[in-house]
Design a binder for this molecule. Structure first.
Ligand SMILES: Cc1ncc(COP(=O)(O)O)c(C=O)c1O
Length: 442
């Protein structure tokens, strides 16, 4: 790519996140604008967005109602501190999220990202046990291959080796459940695999080893997203719920990618019929338009923390300068309106069959090791090239982009998670371009 803009830009100063900086800067890809299902790249070509930005633009790009709400809010109230102050949109949004949340998860704490939501949820879990007189419950349990953002808390409970290895011991006491994927037992499952519910029983082993008096919470993604779309085995989440409840351990669902329609419902908790004690969200809450996260918390958990503090005192020493930011909360209100008015969650649900068939239609293409799907999320796992793990994934990403398709690859797995406005024809296009890419990589 060598347009005027490209030649003008100095790419040096920007240290890009989760990016192969040297490779990227040798061949930069620049996006200029977006609308609906498409990005427009710097050279004017349209790029079909098969990953909703990064699992976040669920209403499609630059939705006029969301853009207008942000502009209105920016002109009216740009910023209000959330410390000992408030503004109406934050309260309205909290109320709305509480009424959409399952069961009595009625307390809403605002953050600015998924990582902050995770760190906040972990701190709430510890503060809850502290307030109840069990301050030794500080251990947090994550899962192998889990991704919970890039903060120290999220990295500690996360289970992706590359994300952890340079950062020392992280949070003391974080332990991990086994991951839920088995190629032998689950390859080419459609939706939730039948095998693997028993893997939740490993929590009993952790309880036996560490003693329940030390364990605060278990955090899992309802389906692991960043590790390559690993849907939960049938019965697994239910089993985890039973065991955590039996031991007074809080169960946190990290719904940063699963909330707001990815599974055809407001929350994965609703879709799978399993109610956790806390839910972390971000991304789709504003359809990606302004950074915002929210943690939804069981009412009595908040009450235990709040009521343990003296009257008039700050009850929970935690929060962010931009918690409940006016622009972000305005964007979220508009995004929730769009989801409702355009019936996008039901639409996602209706498209699941088409999406599943399109992806699984790639099973016979070269190098395909597995195909997985749940809701409007799916993955095609490519057999790594001998001696060069990740090379085929990188080549697939570049080749798809050349063909006008944005996909996400982690190592050799391609993830697909389109905006919920995707049409059947666009789903077919995504599969057909991906098929061509698979045919071409060596
Ligand atoms: C499950 C989950 N939790 C947390 C995060 C981190 O979110 P953020 O990048 O907004 O900090 C992500 C990001 O992909 C995620 O998928």
């Amino acid at each position: 790519m060598s347009t005027r803009l490209h030649n003008e830009l100095n790419l040096g100063a920007y240290w890009m996140p989760f990016t192969a900086n040297r490779a990227y800067k040798a061949k930069a890809r620049l996006l200029q604008s977006a609308a609906g299902m498409y990005y427009r790249s710097e050279d004017g070509s349209d790029i079909l967005d098969a990953i909703a930005g990064l699992w976040c633009c669920n209403a499609g790009h630059c939705h006029p109602r969301i853009a207008a709400a942000i502009a209105r809010q920016a002109a009216q109230l740009d910023y209000a501190t959330a410390f000992q102050m408030g503004h109406p949109t934050a309260f309205r949004l909290a109320e709305r999220l509480a009424s959409a949340a399952p069961a009595d998860l009625n307390a809403v704490f605002f953050t600015n990202s998924g990582s902050e939501s995770v760190d906040t949820a972990l701190k709430i879990a510890l503060a809850y046990h502290h307030a109840r007189g069990e301050p030794a419950r500080t251990r947090v349990v994550g899962r192998e291959r889990g991704y919970h953002g890039a903060g120290f808390g999220g990295t500690s409970v996360g289970g992706i080796g590359n994300n952890r290895k340079a950062f020392g011991p992280l949070l003391p006491g974080a332990v991990h459940l086994p991951q839920t994927y088995s190629h032998e037992h689950q390859a080419f499952s459609r939706g939730q695999p039948a095998w693997g519910a028993h893997l939740a029983d490993d929590l009993e082993r952790i309880v036996a080893v560490h003693d329940v008096s030390t364990i605060a919470a278990v955090i899992v993604e309802p389906f692991a997203g960043s590790a390559g779309v690993l849907p939960p085995p049938i019965g697994y989440l239910e089993r985890l719920r039973e065991i955590t409840a039996a031991h007074g351990i809080l169960l946190i669902f990290d719904e940063v990618i699963t909330a707001f329609g990815r599974l055809g419902a407001s929350f994965a908790a609703e879709r799978f019929g399993v109610v956790p004690d806390l839910i972390t969200t971000a991304k789709g809450i504003t359809s990606g338009a302004v950074p915002l996260g929210a943690v939804l918390v069981r009412e009595d958990i908040r009450a235990a923390i709040v009521e343990s503090a003296p009257a008039g005192a700050i009850e929970f020493f935690h929060g962010y300068t931009y918690s409940g930011h006016p622009l972000a909360t305005a964007a979220a209100m508009a995004a929730l309106d769009v989801y409702e008015d355009e019936n996008l969650f039901a639409r996602a649900r209706e498209l699941e069959g088409t999406f599943e068939n399109a992806l699984h239609g790639l099973a016979d293409r070269p190098h395909v090791r597995d195909i997985r799907n749940v809701g409007l999320a799916g993955a095609v796992e490519i057999e790594p090239r001998a001696g060069a793990p990740g090379a085929r994934g990188n080549e697939a990403f570049a080749a798809a982009f050349e063909r006008g398709l944005l996909i996400r690859t982690t190592a050799d797995t391609v993830a697909i998670s389109p905006p919920l406005i995707v049409s059947e024809r666009e789903i077919e296009t995504i599969a057909s371009v991906l098929g061509d890419v698979l045919d071409d990589i060596r």
